[in-house]
Design a protein around this ligand. Structure first.
Ligand code: FES
Length: 312
């Protein structure tokens, strides 16, 4: 493995030493260091792309450019980044071997017009929620699931739509599901979906004018969501890496779904507005009885992929 730049390492250009590494910028998806921030011995800080780095040794980072090139870079803009203390990046520590200190990730693109400090305040009650631990993605379950086990396409009754008071507002429905893993006693896990009563405009965004079909492992259709049925259910897991997300009021964007793990933001139709999510929220089969009882089929899809691959 090539060595990674460390905080406080000295930085040398082709002609002379110019300062030291004060921060590193990490790509939240690849977990690779994309830039180092160099404090230039009294001339401010510059953000230097890793492409400029020639070699890294224990205490020295050598650049392949003369100091004049680095000085000519625009000053480092701290407000474009958030620290990894503010956002939790799953598995970052295992991948990036920097001395603990200031590790930054790019501030979400859409928020750049908003002051850094107000970003978190833009979400009502977001702070406690953001520092809460993300829900671990239950990988073990998938590892233990025998490949040939058919998907469970049974309907689960999860509540009544009477609790939805407004259109286009995400309302969380929690439910318990019995799971039986190989070699383990049967247990119950708590899961959730987000349901909204969608206006025609939002329905159009979700279904794009077409009914939505759901299939079993053999590719046979098990259910079709009609494009004009106003209730939409989204799986409670963020398609990025499976964290639980919430419905939040955002001062600039209005009401959105926010995933705290890597700050993916989705609109009411589940479309990605910002962040690393590779696809929209996963809509689930839903039916609502005349009395308002809601039933869903509890499906899960692989996290981190652009296309939807059913795993449960
Ligand atoms: S799990 Fe990464 S943004 Fe949701």
């Amino acid at each position: 493995m090539t060595m990674q730049p460390k905080l406080k390492s000295r930085v040398r250009c082709t002609d002379r030493e110019i300062g030291e590494v004060t921060k590193v910028v990490v790509d939240p998806l690849s977990h690779e260091i994309s830039h180092i921030v160099v404090s230039m011995n009294g001339s401010g800080e510059r953000q230097v792309a890793m492409g400029h780095v020639q070699a890294v040794t224990d205490s020295l980072v050598e650049l392949r450019a003369p100091s004049s090139d680095i000085l000519a870079l625009p000053p480092f803009k701290r407000d474009d980044y958030v620290t990894t203390h503010e956002v939790e990046i799953a598995h970052l520590e295992e991948k990036v071997h920097v001395t603990p200190g200031e590790v930054l990730v790019p501030f979400p693109e859409l928020e750049k017009s908003v002051k850094r400090r107000t970003f978190f305040m833009n979400f009502t009650h977001a702070i406690g929620f953001l520092i809460g631990l993300p829900i671990a993605f239950p990988i073990l379950r998938y590892l233990m699931k025998p490949m040939y086990q058919p998907f469970d396409n049974g309907w689960l009754k999860i509540g009544n739509v009477g609790k939805i008071k407004q259109d286009d507002i995400g309302v969380q429905f929690k439910y318990k599901k019995k799971v039986k893993e190989a070699y383990m006693p049967e247990s119950e896990i708590e899961k959730n979906v987000w349901i909204l009563k969608a206006t025609p405009a939002v329905l159009e965004k979700v279904y794009q004018g077409k009914d939505m079909e759901f299939r079993d492992a053999a590719g046979k259709t098990v259910w079709t969501n009609k494009k004009d049925m106003p209730y939409v259910a989204f799986s409670g897991k963020c398609p990025h890496l499976g964290c639980g997300y919430k419905w939040r009021q955002h001062k600039v964007l209005g009401q959105v779904f926010l995933c705290p793990c890597h700050l993916s933001i989705y609109d009411a139709a589940g479309k990605v507005l910002d962040g690393p999510a590779p696809r929209p929220l996963d809509a689930l089969p839903i039916k609502v009885s005349a009395g308002g009882d809601v039933e869903i089929i509890d499906m899960e899809f692989k996290a981190g992929t652009k296309s939807q691959i059913r795993i449960i």
